[in-house]
Design a protein around this ligand. Structure first.
Ligand code: GAR
Length: 194
């Protein structure tokens, strides 16, 4: 277990861990986490779901299950630094103990990461340290790998390079395509992230 050093210890016995989830798209990982929270099998309180895209399908899903949603568009800011300052302020307003990146497809600036140091988790569709960045399913097929999977890790300034929390893997089938592999990895993601 990674020790959280820069924020007060969380006493789970006295309540659920407040989290904010950041998404950019479909939001299936967010939904898996929110469902388990609603079932009472994951001791978190999803305070808000925030997206950089106002039309992210995951925002509508979150709203439909009564989770507060916000959209913050990078187009309304002159540069990445000012966007990330606004994003950090928006997130901090919900007072999360943990910031959960679930398909949030922007690289966060060092200042955002420092604001929530050791308190940001990400899910990545590969067996890190393999295939940081994009197109992970395609790249592992091109490499002729035998196994593939997903990783949950703490976020540091190093892209997809922070300490690992949990991984899940599957065997690649000879007839797997980028599409089938993505579809087979997704349920693993939902299981390990929630
Ligand atoms: C997930 O597969 C996640 O691993 C990936 O985006 C997808 C989001 O799906 N994240 C990254 O690639 C981050 N580098 P979802 O919106 O259905 O949860």
């Amino acid at each position: 277990m990674h020790e959280v050093s820069k924020s007060p210890p969380v006493d789970l016995a006295s309540g659920n861990l407040p989290i904010v989830i950041l998404i950019s798209g479909r939001g299936s990982n967010m939904h898996a986490i929110a469902e388990r929270a609603a079932q009472g099998t994951l001791p978190v309180d999803v305070r808000a779901v925030i997206s950089d895209k106002a039309d992210a399908p995951g925002l509508a899903i979150a709203a439909s299950i009564q989770i507060p949603t916000r959209a913050l568009s990078p187009r309304d800011f002159p540069d990445r630094a000012s966007y990330d300052v606004a994003l950090a302020k928006l997130v901090a307003g919900f007072e999360p103990k943990l910031v959960v990146l679930a398909g949030f497809m922007r690289i966060l600036s060092p200042s955002f990461i420092a604001t929530f140091a050791d308190r940001i988790l990400n899910i990545h569709p590969s067996l890190l340290p393999l295939y940081r960045g994009l197109h992970t399913h395609r790249r592992c097929l091109e490499a002729g790998d035998q196994v593939h999977g997903a990783s949950v890790h703490f976020v540091t300034e190093e892209l997809d390079g922070g300490p690992l929390v949990i991984q899940a893997q599957l065997k690649i089938r000879p007839d797997d395509s980028e599409t089938t592999l993505s579809a087979r990895v997704q349920p693993l993601e939902h299981r390990i992230y929630s």
